[in-house]
Ligand binder design. Structure first.
Ligand SMILES: [Zn+2]
Length: 126
């Protein structure tokens, strides 16, 4: 085997390892969009992958006001003017598909997947 062949093979292997690593990073970052909906309308969308410091979001709702805190760890209903306090008791959510619901104030906070990973295409098999 020539020396050049060995270099090419080494580069191919390195690219393959790099590609796998890159895909894993993308995978681990999917499901990190937090969407806050009020009255079935999208109020805010926060990308938890790129958020740096904790973000405090306060807004008026039917029964008073709500206070949501988003950070890289996830999103939490810190305070809500509602009778049942179910939304506050839900605590921190951070995984795709998780939800905080406040029925009295018609607030839904959900963690969505990245649009890229939601199209069902398996990148590895291509
Ligand atoms: Zn509530």
């Amino acid at each position: 085997m020539k020396k050049n062949d060995f270099i090419i093979i080494a580069i191919v292997i390195l690219l393959a390892i790099g590609g796998i690593f890159y895909l894993n990073v993308l995978k681990s970052q999917s499901g990190r969009i937090a969407r806050i909906s009020v009255n079935e309308k999208i109020f805010r969308e926060i990308d938890l992958n790129t958020i740096k410091a904790g973000e405090s979001i306060e807004f008026d709702v039917a029964n008073g006001h709500s206070h949501v805190v988003a950070s890289a760890e996830g999103i939490i209903m810190a305070h809500s003017d509602c009778r049942d306090q179910i939304c506050v008791k839900t605590g921190l959510i951070s995984n795709q598909g998780e939800m905080i619901v406040c029925l009295p104030n018609k607030i839904v906070i959900e963690i969505l997947g990245n649009t890229d990973s939601d199209d069902g295409v398996d990148v590895i098999s291509q």
